[in-house]
Write a protein that binds this ligand. Structure first.
Ligand SMILES: O=C(O)/C=C(\C=C(/O)C(=O)O)C(=O)O
Length: 291
């Protein structure tokens, strides 16, 4: 049985009032296992975190749109995510995990189901790193669909990954601020490498995961300088998400309402908050709505 904590049972209503159209650009669906079994090859077994709970959370937080990221506990079976997107009447999009031999017909069905990108994990506790040949093959298949790649890695992987990522001919979104260690400060090599990477306009970064970056624990204020710097330096290529239901968090399970309140420190300016939560996710996930 996993020693990971379940998601917060009663998050607070945030003090921060989010702008109309605010998007949670990183969240997951887990099961329910009775309807959507977890993958046999998974590296963790979470509690059920069904779409109804996600929808209720978004209503409490003032979130109107979302991007559901395929959780590795479901492997490349994206059906639970697709089911949740279908129930959200166009307000949700998805990021899938697919195999190297995924067919064009399967990708077309995922696109029809609301998927707009693929994810590749380079995180030890999530299992085998994404195979780089498979990454290149999949990117060649999904680029014609206008999709992007979400790249999830531990900070100590970036030195080796950066030159590989720079060769990939696609927009890439880096998860959770590169999972840097807040205790090492913004001058740490991994964060400097991340900022350097972001100078290339193919790269975007999610300024969420404060609970994963923090070493001080709630309210995770030690993660704010990293997020704030990325918002200030790259205001048009940042995204934010709750990361609900927070897979593999072993202590300090965040209150999602308190994570929203962190945005008052991460993006205090109304214009930057709107770009972070509305304009940027719209440009990437609902490009057909761009004026
Ligand atoms: O939710 C996250 O992005 C982080 C984690 C898990 C996953 O992304 C996943 O299972 O797909 C993690 O650190 O365990």
């Amino acid at each position: 049985m996993s020693d990971a904590l379940p998601y917060h049972p009663s998050p607070k209503k945030p003090d921060v009032v989010l702008p109309a159209g605010a998007c949670d650009a990183h969240c997951h669906i887990f099961g329910p296992a009775a309807e959507f079994p977890f993958a046999p090859e998974r590296n963790y077994t979470p509690v059920d975190a069904p779409k109804a709970k996600l929808f209720a959370l978004h209503c409490l937080l003032g979130i109107e749109r979302a991007v559901i990221v395929q959780a590795s506990c479901h492997g490349t079976d994206n059906t639970a995510m697709i089911d949740a997107i279908a129930a959200a009447a166009g307000r949700y999009r998805g990021i899938a995990m697919v195999k190297q031999d995924v067919t064009d017909a399967e990708l077309a069905a995922l696109h029809e189901g609301g998927v707009r990108g693929v994810r590749f994990n380079f995180v030890t506790h999530l299992g085998q790193d994404a195979d780089l040949d498979a990454v290149r093959t999949v990117i060649g298949k999904v680029k014609p669909l206008g999709w992007h790649a979400v790249i999830h890695f531990e900070a100590d992987r970036l030195e080796k990954l950066a030159p590989i990522l720079k060769e990939l001919p696609i927009t890439m979104v880096i998860d959770h601020m590169g999972r840097v260690d807040a205790s090492l400060g913004v001058d740490q090599p991994a964060f400097r490498m991340l900022v350097d990477l972001m100078e290339d306009e193919r790269f975007w970064v999610k300024v969420c995961g404060s609970e994963r970056v923090s070493r001080a624990g709630p309210p995770f204020h030690d993660a704010v300088p990293f997020a704030r710097m990325l918002v200030d330096l790259f205001p048009d290529r940042v995204l934010w998400g709750t990361d609900w239901p927070h897979p593999n968090i072993k202590k300090h399970m965040p209150d999602d309402g308190a994570l929203v309140d962190l945005l008052a420190l991460i993006a205090p300016e109304e214009d930057k908050l709107r770009r972070l939560l509305v304009d940027n996710p719209t440009r990437l996930y609902w490009p057909e709505e761009r004026t």
